[in-house]
Design a protein around this ligand. Structure first.
Ligand SMILES: [Zn+2]
Length: 308
């Protein structure tokens, strides 16, 4: 479980920088055989492997999916979806701009509508390298430009958007900056499930992607707002297991505490290296993996730069 989450962090943005455990365990090739299916509800599935967690929501007349994985994983995802439903895919919702959540878009039929938060749509035009990530050799600079704009969002929202009715209804929310400046929370009210994307990728230090508008000062507040959404029991995370609202609330507090610690150290005249060299996951946060040194240092810097 731990190895999976470390790999998940490394492949954030679809640009694998081979390091530590990833070097011993090469990333699996794009194939439906390398995608696993977890049934969350009778008509809601999480498909894992090849990038961020994909939600598959089977509605009366078609299918809406959330996130489409790394480059080359769109067709394997389409193939795997056929194992749970033969209904047509009508809509893709992307939680945010990163390559391991949006790249498969270009392999879906052009008739599939793509919906994102408005800042994510702008970020997808640029496809900037995330903060702290080294692009892999040969990684596409901008997969959408290379595919003539295919897979780009045509419908966007600012704060909230309701899609569909009754049991098919989906509620999209934007609660502020965090992992990026366009993180959508996708709620399936009839099923009491939310997909949080990478703003809650799992119990870990988040990737604070300042290059794409992310914020280490705001992320805790944004997560706390998301934890107040009604009609939610289960949270699909960006790269980890399905969690609870209590887990989300705890993660909000964890991120608030991290920001406060860094801000207090800055006021006390310490350096970013001193903070990164001494910070440990507070003992009350159980189940949090040991932080990667590079991620910790990068996150200290993001909060530091936001603090006057
Ligand atoms: Zn991400």
């Amino acid at each position: 479980m731990k190895r999976v989450s470390i790999l998940g962090i490394l492949i954030a943005a679809g640009s694998v920088s081979i390091a530590v455990s990833a070097a011993q365990q090469p990333a699996p090739q794009p194939s439906a055989d390398n995608i696993t299916v977890e049934k969350v509800k009778d008509n809601l599935f999480v498909l894992r492997g090849g990038g961020g967690n994909t939600a598959v929501f089977v509605q009366a007349k078609g299918v809406t999916i959330v996130d489409t994985k790394n480059p080359g994983w769109g067709q394997p995802l389409l193939d795997k979806i056929k194992s749970v439903t033969d209904k047509p895919i009508r809509m893709i919702i992307n939680t945010h701009t990163h390559g391991d959540h949006v790249s498969g878009n270009v392999e879906f039929p052009a008739t599939v509508e793509v919906v994102t938060q408005e800042n994510t749509a702008k970020n997808m035009e640029a496809m900037r390298t995330p903060t702290g990530i080294t692009p892999a050799a040969g990684a596409p600079a901008n997969i959408f430009k290379e595919n003539g704009g295919r897979g780009m969002p045509k419908r966007t929202f600012k704060d909230n958007l309701t899609l569909g009715k009754g049991n098919d209804r989906i509620e999209l929310h934007y609660f502020g900056r965090g992992h990026t400046n366009g993180d959508a929370f996708v709620v399936f009210p009839a099923l009491r499930v939310m997909h949080a994307g990478d703003i809650f990728s799992g119990k870990n230090l988040p990737l604070l992607d300042a290059n794409n508008g992310g914020s280490g000062v705001e992320i805790g507040k944004t997560l706390a707002r998301a934890a107040t959404v009604k009609d939610v029991d289960q949270i699909i995370t960006g790269h980890s297991t399905v969690m609870t609202v209590a887990d989300l609330r705890e993660y909000a507090a964890f991120n608030d505490e991290f920001a406060a610690t860094v801000q207090a150290a800055k006021k006390a005249g310490k350096t970013p290296d001193e903070v990164a060299g001494t910070w440990k996951i507070p003992a009350k946060y159980t189940g949090y993996g040991d932080p990667q040194a590079a991620r910790l240092r990068a996150n200290v810097q993001v909060v530091w730069d936001e603090t006057k």
